[in-house]
Design a protein around this ligand. Structure first.
Ligand code: 6MZ
Length: 369
């Protein structure tokens, strides 16, 4: 009962999500429905896949096998559009007021999909959201572009309905080549006015080399495109140090840091996107009582709670706050302040930050904080 009350309170509070992978946030019911459809067509064996989807205890290795499966199921423009719409609606229903959604642009010649058309399908999904107003870099949406501008103009009509700011980060997958990573950065730059706000480096941490992605990441930096890196999901001191020395705007996870890496991180004050449930499920952290959240929180190091893959790990951002509260003894004011501090780490511009500050101030008054 008490637990449910705290969860309800976490839902009622405005929140900022900065580390959510689009395809990892897919609704479980949608994934099963799509997989069943492919089973009927004989593309996959549904009974085998069903087991992989429903089994919630997965090691990091198994999670990446599941992503391969999810990508088989989601290789269509219309499906990408549907998933995007549902994911944004789910975050909005959880009172997320600012969402940075990251996704890896995919090319699929069989479906006539290019990296650009993939992102256009994502943008179409944002314009299809019906339950909430989506703010997507409004000021420039009127400019003619390859996306149906009529379809998205209604997102910025200034109504007083519930609103969610959405920005996209384009992910470079660690399996990609230097050229492919560069293509993603160039695409992000070309689509900046459509709500693309930055670059992420993600994918299976035991695959690929930092040097492969460095030219594209350096180019992004030269062009003022903010960067976040998945860093230290597995022990790899050389790579972790190189990543920290690169001074990304944020990093994700930081699970396998040694003493020297903690020292560097703290001295550089790089904000960390923390995904508690994901870290436990993938066993990159053995248990919550040894999770680095506590140390970073007590050291007042910049951190933000995030979901990572809310569909794959059956969680929500409110669930992550509730978990942090029950594990680390955070009270309501502390949780609210933690959510509010994330405003300073978003990749959107100062105008959006200003509006988020006002939203949080007014929520604080309503919640009597
Ligand atoms: C590293 C992860 C991840 O891009 O198809 N991804 N990369 N560590 C994680 N921790 C568990 N969770 C998700 O979303 C799925 C992709 O996001 C990355 C992987 O590259 C995965 O294939 P998109 O929308």
């Amino acid at each position: 009962m008490e637990k449910q009350r705290e969860m309800d309170w976490c839902v009622s509070m405005p929140k900022i999500e900065l580390h959510a992978h689009l395809n990892g946030s897919i609704r479980g019911s949608t994934l099963l429905e799509l997989a069943r459809g492919l089973g009927e067509k004989g593309t996959i064996v549904f009974s085998e896949v069903e087991h992989a989807i429903l089994n919630s205890d997965r090691s990091l290795h198994e999670v990446f096998k599941l992503f391969d499966l999810i990508h088989i199921v989601t290789t269509d423009h219309t499906i990408v559009t549907r998933i995007t719409r549902e994911v944004v609606e789910d975050f909005a229903a959880d009172n997320v007021v600012y969402l940075e959604l990251r996704t890896t642009p995919k090319r699929n010649d069989l479906k006539g999909m290019t990296k650009q058309s993939y992102i256009e399908a994502v943008l179409k999904g944002l314009s299809d959201v019906a339950t909430v107003d989506v703010d997507l870099a409004c000021q420039d949406l009127s400019t003619k572009n390859s996306v149906d501008s009529c379809a998205i103009s209604n997102l910025c009509d200034g109504t007083t309905r519930k609103k969610i700011y959405v920005r996209l980060l384009l992910s470079i997958d660690r399996r990609e080549s230097t050229e492919s990573a560069m293509e993603t950065v160039k695409l992000a730059l070309a689509m900046r006015h459509l709500g693309v706000a930055g670059i992420d480096l993600s994918g299976n941490p035991i695959v690929g080399k930092w040097e492969t992605f460095l030219p594209a990441l350096k180019f992004a930096r030269e062009e003022d495109l903010p960067i976040t890196l998945h860093c230290g999901e597995v022990p790899n001191p050389v790579e972790i140090q190189a990543m920290l020395d690169f001074l990304p705007r944020r990093i994700g996870h930081a699970c396998c840091f040694g003493e020297e890496e903690w020292r560097m991180l703290k001295s550089y004050k790089i904000p960390v996107e923390i995904c508690l449930t994901s870290n436990i499920r993938t066993e990159t952290i053995s248990s919550l009582d040894v999770h680095h959240f506590a140390d970073l929180y007590n050291a007042e190091h910049p951190i933000v709670l995030c979901t990572d893959d809310s569909g794959v790990f059956s969680t929500s951002l409110s669930g992550e706050y509730s978990l942090a509260s029950s594990t680390f003894g955070l009270g309501r004011i502390e949780m609210f302040r933690l959510a509010q501090k994330a405003i300073e780490f978003v990749f959107a511009d100062d105008a959006v930050k200003g509006e988020l500050r006002q939203m949080f101030d007014s929520a604080a008054r309503k919640l009597n904080l």
